[in-house]
Design a protein around this ligand. Structure first.
Ligand code: SF4
Ligand code: SF4
Length: 353
Protein backbone atom coordinates (compact mmCIF):
# COMPACT_ATOMS: atom_id res chain seq x y z
CA UNK A 1 0.00 0.00 0.00
CA UNK A 2 2.92 2.34 0.74
CA UNK A 3 5.01 1.58 -2.29
CA UNK A 4 4.30 3.85 -5.24
CA UNK A 5 7.50 3.52 -7.27
CA UNK A 6 8.24 6.01 -10.01
CA UNK A 7 11.28 4.12 -11.35
CA UNK A 8 12.57 0.61 -11.85
CA UNK A 9 16.31 -0.07 -12.13
CA UNK A 10 17.06 -3.29 -13.96
CA UNK A 11 20.49 -4.48 -12.83
CA UNK A 12 21.05 -6.33 -16.06
CA UNK A 13 24.30 -8.04 -15.11
CA UNK A 14 27.16 -8.02 -12.62
CA UNK A 15 29.58 -8.39 -15.48
CA UNK A 16 31.54 -5.26 -16.31
CA UNK A 17 34.32 -4.14 -18.59
CA UNK A 18 35.99 -2.61 -15.52
CA UNK A 19 36.74 -3.99 -12.07
CA UNK A 20 36.88 -0.80 -10.01
CA UNK A 21 38.08 -1.05 -6.41
CA UNK A 22 35.06 -0.57 -4.13
CA UNK A 23 32.47 -1.33 -6.81
CA UNK A 24 29.28 -1.77 -4.77
CA UNK A 25 28.41 -5.08 -6.50
CA UNK A 26 32.03 -6.28 -6.96
CA UNK A 27 31.52 -6.35 -10.71
CA UNK A 28 34.27 -7.40 -13.10
CA UNK A 29 34.75 -9.02 -16.51
CA UNK A 30 34.90 -12.40 -14.74
CA UNK A 31 31.55 -12.20 -12.93
CA UNK A 32 28.87 -13.45 -15.27
CA UNK A 33 25.73 -13.35 -13.12
CA UNK A 34 23.06 -11.72 -15.30
CA UNK A 35 19.31 -11.49 -15.75
CA UNK A 36 17.97 -13.61 -18.60
CA UNK A 37 17.03 -11.51 -21.60
CA UNK A 38 13.49 -12.95 -21.73
CA UNK A 39 13.01 -12.12 -18.04
CA UNK A 40 14.08 -8.53 -18.67
CA UNK A 41 11.48 -8.30 -21.44
CA UNK A 42 8.84 -9.56 -18.99
CA UNK A 43 10.00 -7.14 -16.27
CA UNK A 44 9.42 -4.26 -18.67
CA UNK A 45 5.95 -5.60 -19.50
CA UNK A 46 5.19 -5.93 -15.78
CA UNK A 47 6.54 -2.45 -14.99
CA UNK A 48 4.28 -0.98 -17.66
CA UNK A 49 1.27 -2.30 -15.73
CA UNK A 50 2.18 -0.30 -12.60
CA UNK A 51 0.54 3.10 -13.06
CA UNK A 52 2.96 5.10 -10.87
CA UNK A 53 6.02 3.77 -12.66
CA UNK A 54 7.33 5.97 -15.45
CA UNK A 55 11.11 5.43 -15.69
CA UNK A 56 13.11 2.29 -16.46
CA UNK A 57 16.85 2.43 -16.03
CA UNK A 58 19.27 -0.17 -17.32
CA UNK A 59 22.29 -0.54 -15.14
CA UNK A 60 24.79 -3.12 -13.89
CA UNK A 61 27.64 -3.98 -14.06
CA UNK A 62 27.80 -2.70 -17.59
CA UNK A 63 24.48 -2.76 -19.42
CA UNK A 64 26.14 -2.07 -22.80
CA UNK A 65 27.51 -5.62 -22.73
CA UNK A 66 24.00 -6.56 -23.85
CA UNK A 67 24.83 -5.16 -27.29
CA UNK A 68 21.83 -4.93 -29.62
CA UNK A 69 19.63 -6.52 -26.97
CA UNK A 70 19.96 -3.34 -24.92
CA UNK A 71 18.45 -1.39 -27.83
CA UNK A 72 15.62 -3.92 -28.08
CA UNK A 73 14.84 -3.55 -24.36
CA UNK A 74 14.92 0.25 -24.61
CA UNK A 75 12.60 0.04 -27.60
CA UNK A 76 10.20 -2.24 -25.71
CA UNK A 77 10.06 0.11 -22.69
CA UNK A 78 9.72 3.20 -24.90
CA UNK A 79 6.83 1.50 -26.71
CA UNK A 80 4.93 1.61 -23.41
CA UNK A 81 5.68 5.32 -23.04
CA UNK A 82 8.22 4.74 -20.28
CA UNK A 83 11.22 7.06 -20.02
CA UNK A 84 14.42 5.05 -20.44
CA UNK A 85 17.86 5.64 -18.95
CA UNK A 86 21.19 3.81 -19.21
CA UNK A 87 23.99 3.93 -16.63
CA UNK A 88 27.39 3.12 -18.13
CA UNK A 89 31.14 3.58 -17.78
CA UNK A 90 31.34 4.64 -21.45
CA UNK A 91 33.83 1.92 -22.50
CA UNK A 92 32.12 1.60 -25.88
CA UNK A 93 32.96 5.15 -27.03
CA UNK A 94 36.41 4.20 -28.34
CA UNK A 95 36.44 7.08 -30.85
CA UNK A 96 34.09 10.03 -31.45
CA UNK A 97 32.80 8.27 -34.57
CA UNK A 98 32.14 4.99 -32.70
CA UNK A 99 30.32 6.96 -30.00
CA UNK A 100 28.17 8.77 -32.56
CA UNK A 101 27.17 5.52 -34.27
CA UNK A 102 26.29 3.74 -31.00
CA UNK A 103 24.31 6.71 -29.71
CA UNK A 104 22.35 7.01 -32.96
CA UNK A 105 21.06 3.47 -32.44
CA UNK A 106 20.12 4.20 -28.83
CA UNK A 107 18.20 7.30 -29.87
CA UNK A 108 16.42 5.32 -32.58
CA UNK A 109 15.39 2.81 -29.90
CA UNK A 110 13.91 5.63 -27.83
CA UNK A 111 16.55 6.25 -25.15
CA UNK A 112 15.99 9.52 -23.32
CA UNK A 113 18.67 9.72 -20.60
CA UNK A 114 22.20 8.49 -20.00
CA UNK A 115 24.48 8.61 -16.97
CA UNK A 116 28.25 8.10 -17.09
CA UNK A 117 30.58 7.27 -14.22
CA UNK A 118 34.23 8.24 -14.09
CA UNK A 119 37.01 9.18 -11.68
CA UNK A 120 40.21 7.75 -10.25
CA UNK A 121 38.93 4.21 -9.85
CA UNK A 122 37.01 4.04 -13.11
CA UNK A 123 39.77 5.58 -15.20
CA UNK A 124 42.18 2.76 -14.30
CA UNK A 125 40.06 0.68 -16.63
CA UNK A 126 38.19 3.12 -18.87
CA UNK A 127 40.12 6.11 -20.24
CA UNK A 128 38.32 9.36 -19.49
CA UNK A 129 38.55 10.25 -23.18
CA UNK A 130 35.91 7.59 -23.86
CA UNK A 131 33.53 9.26 -21.43
CA UNK A 132 34.21 12.56 -23.18
CA UNK A 133 33.57 10.99 -26.61
CA UNK A 134 30.35 9.42 -25.35
CA UNK A 135 29.06 12.50 -23.54
CA UNK A 136 29.68 14.71 -26.60
CA UNK A 137 27.78 12.27 -28.84
CA UNK A 138 24.88 12.00 -26.36
CA UNK A 139 24.47 15.75 -25.92
CA UNK A 140 24.63 16.28 -29.68
CA UNK A 141 21.94 13.63 -30.10
CA UNK A 142 19.68 15.44 -27.60
CA UNK A 143 19.89 12.93 -24.73
CA UNK A 144 19.64 14.13 -21.15
CA UNK A 145 23.25 13.51 -20.18
CA UNK A 146 24.95 13.36 -16.80
CA UNK A 147 28.52 12.59 -15.78
CA UNK A 148 29.14 11.39 -12.23
CA UNK A 149 32.68 11.92 -10.97
CA UNK A 150 33.81 9.96 -7.91
CA UNK A 151 34.81 12.04 -4.92
CA UNK A 152 36.97 10.94 -1.96
CA UNK A 153 40.26 11.98 -0.33
CA UNK A 154 42.12 9.24 -2.19
CA UNK A 155 41.03 10.54 -5.61
CA UNK A 156 43.68 12.16 -7.78
CA UNK A 157 41.28 12.59 -10.68
CA UNK A 158 41.26 16.04 -12.23
CA UNK A 159 37.61 17.05 -12.69
CA UNK A 160 38.82 19.85 -14.98
CA UNK A 161 39.36 17.17 -17.62
CA UNK A 162 35.58 17.21 -17.84
CA UNK A 163 34.54 20.63 -16.58
CA UNK A 164 37.13 22.58 -18.57
CA UNK A 165 37.05 20.46 -21.68
CA UNK A 166 36.40 22.99 -24.50
CA UNK A 167 33.28 21.24 -25.83
CA UNK A 168 31.91 19.87 -22.54
CA UNK A 169 32.37 23.23 -20.78
CA UNK A 170 30.07 24.79 -23.33
CA UNK A 171 27.47 22.05 -22.80
CA UNK A 172 27.70 22.54 -19.04
CA UNK A 173 27.25 26.30 -19.46
CA UNK A 174 24.16 25.90 -21.63
CA UNK A 175 22.82 23.17 -19.32
CA UNK A 176 22.74 20.41 -21.88
CA UNK A 177 25.21 18.44 -19.73
CA UNK A 178 25.15 17.94 -15.97
CA UNK A 179 28.30 17.06 -14.05
CA UNK A 180 28.06 15.99 -10.45
CA UNK A 181 30.42 14.64 -7.81
CA UNK A 182 29.37 11.30 -6.34
CA UNK A 183 30.70 10.14 -3.00
CA UNK A 184 32.81 7.02 -3.56
CA UNK A 185 32.45 4.68 -0.61
CA UNK A 186 34.58 1.90 0.74
CA UNK A 187 33.75 -1.74 0.14
CA UNK A 188 34.63 -4.23 2.84
CA UNK A 189 38.17 -5.56 2.92
CA UNK A 190 39.76 -3.19 0.40
CA UNK A 191 42.00 -0.15 0.81
CA UNK A 192 40.50 2.71 2.85
CA UNK A 193 38.37 5.41 1.27
CA UNK A 194 37.97 8.56 3.36
CA UNK A 195 36.22 11.90 3.10
CA UNK A 196 36.70 15.37 4.58
CA UNK A 197 34.89 16.00 7.86
CA UNK A 198 32.62 18.54 6.23
CA UNK A 199 31.19 15.76 4.06
CA UNK A 200 29.89 13.86 7.10
CA UNK A 201 26.26 12.88 6.64
CA UNK A 202 25.73 13.91 10.26
CA UNK A 203 26.41 17.57 9.53
CA UNK A 204 23.09 19.40 9.82
CA UNK A 205 23.09 20.57 6.21
CA UNK A 206 23.74 17.05 4.86
CA UNK A 207 21.13 15.04 6.74
CA UNK A 208 18.15 14.20 4.58
CA UNK A 209 15.52 11.58 3.93
CA UNK A 210 16.28 8.91 1.35
CA UNK A 211 14.38 9.83 -1.79
CA UNK A 212 15.26 6.50 -3.35
CA UNK A 213 13.66 3.97 -1.01
CA UNK A 214 10.09 3.09 -2.01
CA UNK A 215 10.41 5.37 -5.05
CA UNK A 216 13.06 3.53 -7.06
CA UNK A 217 12.83 -0.25 -7.12
CA UNK A 218 15.58 -2.49 -8.40
CA UNK A 219 15.70 -6.02 -9.76
CA UNK A 220 19.00 -7.80 -9.18
CA UNK A 221 20.60 -10.46 -11.40
CA UNK A 222 19.33 -12.95 -8.78
CA UNK A 223 15.78 -11.80 -9.61
CA UNK A 224 15.22 -10.13 -6.26
CA UNK A 225 12.98 -7.10 -6.13
CA UNK A 226 14.58 -4.50 -3.86
CA UNK A 227 12.97 -1.43 -2.28
CA UNK A 228 15.75 0.91 -3.44
CA UNK A 229 18.66 1.01 -5.85
CA UNK A 230 21.20 2.05 -3.21
CA UNK A 231 24.87 1.18 -3.16
CA UNK A 232 24.49 -1.41 -0.41
CA UNK A 233 21.31 -3.08 -1.64
CA UNK A 234 23.12 -6.42 -1.97
CA UNK A 235 24.28 -6.27 1.65
CA UNK A 236 20.99 -5.36 3.32
CA UNK A 237 18.53 -8.27 3.16
CA UNK A 238 15.78 -6.18 4.81
CA UNK A 239 15.61 -4.05 1.66
CA UNK A 240 14.69 -7.09 -0.43
CA UNK A 241 10.95 -7.27 -1.02
CA UNK A 242 10.91 -10.77 -2.49
CA UNK A 243 11.88 -12.90 -5.45
CA UNK A 244 10.44 -12.15 -8.86
CA UNK A 245 11.68 -15.44 -10.30
CA UNK A 246 8.23 -17.03 -9.99
CA UNK A 247 6.09 -13.96 -9.30
CA UNK A 248 5.44 -10.67 -11.05
CA UNK A 249 6.63 -7.34 -9.69
CA UNK A 250 3.00 -6.49 -8.87
CA UNK A 251 2.52 -9.72 -6.89
CA UNK A 252 5.66 -9.15 -4.85
CA UNK A 253 4.66 -5.54 -4.15
CA UNK A 254 1.16 -6.59 -3.12
CA UNK A 255 2.51 -9.24 -0.77
CA UNK A 256 5.24 -7.06 0.77
CA UNK A 257 4.33 -5.95 4.31
CA UNK A 258 4.21 -2.21 5.02
CA UNK A 259 7.53 -1.87 6.80
CA UNK A 260 7.76 1.20 8.99
CA UNK A 261 11.57 1.32 8.92
CA UNK A 262 11.55 1.85 5.15
CA UNK A 263 9.05 4.67 5.54
CA UNK A 264 11.18 6.17 8.31
CA UNK A 265 14.35 6.00 6.18
CA UNK A 266 12.43 7.67 3.34
CA UNK A 267 11.20 10.51 5.54
CA UNK A 268 14.12 11.14 7.89
CA UNK A 269 17.13 9.29 6.48
CA UNK A 270 19.36 6.79 8.29
CA UNK A 271 21.37 9.47 10.14
CA UNK A 272 18.41 10.89 12.05
CA UNK A 273 17.27 7.36 12.91
CA UNK A 274 20.67 6.59 14.44
CA UNK A 275 20.48 9.86 16.36
CA UNK A 276 17.11 8.62 17.66
CA UNK A 277 18.92 5.45 18.83
CA UNK A 278 21.50 7.59 20.63
CA UNK A 279 18.75 9.28 22.66
CA UNK A 280 18.17 5.91 24.37
CA UNK A 281 21.81 4.78 24.43
CA UNK A 282 23.82 7.96 25.21
CA UNK A 283 27.22 6.31 24.68
CA UNK A 284 26.16 4.94 21.27
CA UNK A 285 28.85 5.83 18.74
CA UNK A 286 27.43 7.41 15.63
CA UNK A 287 29.29 6.61 12.38
CA UNK A 288 30.20 10.27 11.94
CA UNK A 289 32.71 9.45 9.20
CA UNK A 290 29.91 8.28 6.95
CA UNK A 291 29.82 10.46 3.85
CA UNK A 292 27.03 8.61 2.06
CA UNK A 293 23.51 7.70 3.23
CA UNK A 294 23.92 4.10 2.04
CA UNK A 295 26.97 3.76 4.30
CA UNK A 296 24.93 4.94 7.29
CA UNK A 297 22.06 2.74 6.18
CA UNK A 298 24.26 -0.36 6.19
CA UNK A 299 25.27 0.39 9.80
CA UNK A 300 21.64 1.00 10.75
CA UNK A 301 20.59 -2.40 9.43
CA UNK A 302 23.58 -4.38 10.71
CA UNK A 303 23.91 -2.92 14.20
CA UNK A 304 22.19 -4.98 16.90
CA UNK A 305 21.93 -2.09 19.38
CA UNK A 306 20.29 0.13 16.80
CA UNK A 307 17.84 -2.58 15.77
CA UNK A 308 16.89 -3.29 19.38
CA UNK A 309 16.24 0.38 20.19
CA UNK A 310 14.24 0.85 16.99
CA UNK A 311 12.15 -2.23 17.74
CA UNK A 312 11.41 -1.07 21.28
CA UNK A 313 10.73 2.62 20.60
CA UNK A 314 9.59 3.16 17.01
CA UNK A 315 5.94 3.55 18.04
CA UNK A 316 6.86 6.89 19.65
CA UNK A 317 7.45 8.49 16.25
CA UNK A 318 5.31 6.25 14.07
CA UNK A 319 2.26 8.46 13.54
CA UNK A 320 4.28 11.58 12.83
CA UNK A 321 6.60 9.82 10.36
CA UNK A 322 3.78 8.04 8.53
CA UNK A 323 1.83 11.30 8.29
CA UNK A 324 4.85 13.03 6.79
CA UNK A 325 5.29 10.16 4.33
CA UNK A 326 1.69 10.24 3.24
CA UNK A 327 1.73 14.01 2.97
CA UNK A 328 4.40 13.68 0.34
CA UNK A 329 2.72 10.79 -1.41
CA UNK A 330 -0.83 11.54 -2.32
CA UNK A 331 -3.81 13.80 -1.77
CA UNK A 332 -4.82 14.73 1.77
CA UNK A 333 -8.12 12.92 1.59
CA UNK A 334 -6.56 9.68 0.42
CA UNK A 335 -3.79 10.01 3.01
CA UNK A 336 -6.26 10.20 5.86
CA UNK A 337 -8.08 7.10 4.71
CA UNK A 338 -4.86 5.15 4.24
CA UNK A 339 -3.45 6.32 7.58
CA UNK A 340 -6.56 5.03 9.35
CA UNK A 341 -6.25 1.72 7.59
CA UNK A 342 -2.55 1.54 8.40
CA UNK A 343 -2.65 2.36 12.09
CA UNK A 344 -1.89 -0.70 14.17
CA UNK A 345 -1.43 -3.01 11.16
CA UNK A 346 2.18 -2.42 10.17
CA UNK A 347 5.16 -4.65 10.70
CA UNK A 348 8.80 -3.74 11.19
CA UNK A 349 11.71 -5.34 9.37
CA UNK A 350 13.59 -5.59 12.68
CA UNK A 351 10.79 -7.64 14.28
CA UNK A 352 12.51 -10.88 13.49
CA UNK A 353 15.89 -9.75 14.86
S1 SF4 B 1 32.31 0.58 -13.91
FE1 SF4 B 1 30.73 0.63 -12.32
S2 SF4 B 1 29.85 -1.43 -12.35
FE2 SF4 B 1 31.79 -1.54 -13.46
S3 SF4 B 1 33.29 -2.20 -11.90
FE3 SF4 B 1 33.32 0.06 -11.99
S4 SF4 B 1 31.88 0.72 -10.38
FE4 SF4 B 1 31.46 -1.45 -10.83
S1 SF4 C 1 20.11 4.99 2.13
FE1 SF4 C 1 19.50 2.85 2.41
S2 SF4 C 1 17.46 2.78 1.59
FE2 SF4 C 1 18.37 4.64 0.80
S3 SF4 C 1 19.25 4.08 -1.17
FE3 SF4 C 1 20.86 3.81 0.36
S4 SF4 C 1 20.76 1.65 0.98
FE4 SF4 C 1 18.83 2.18 -0.06
Amino acid sequence: MFIRPHSLAIITTHQCTAACDHCCFTCSPYVTKSLRYERMEQLIDEAAQIPSLCVISFTGGECFLLGDKLDALISRASGYGLVTRCVTNGYWAVTPKAAEQRVAKLVKAGLKEINFSTGTFHSRYIPVQRVINAACACVQAGLTTLINIEICNESDFKPELITEHPVLAEYIANRSLTVQRSVWIEAEGISPVTHPEEHSRFNPDRKSGCQTILNVLAVTPDEHLVACCGLHLERIPDLHLGSVSQKSIRQVLDEAPDDFLKIWIHVEGPERILEFVKRYVPDYELPVHSAHPCETCLRLHKDKVARTVIREHYREVEDEVVSLYLAGMASNALNTAVLRQYQGQQTLATDEA
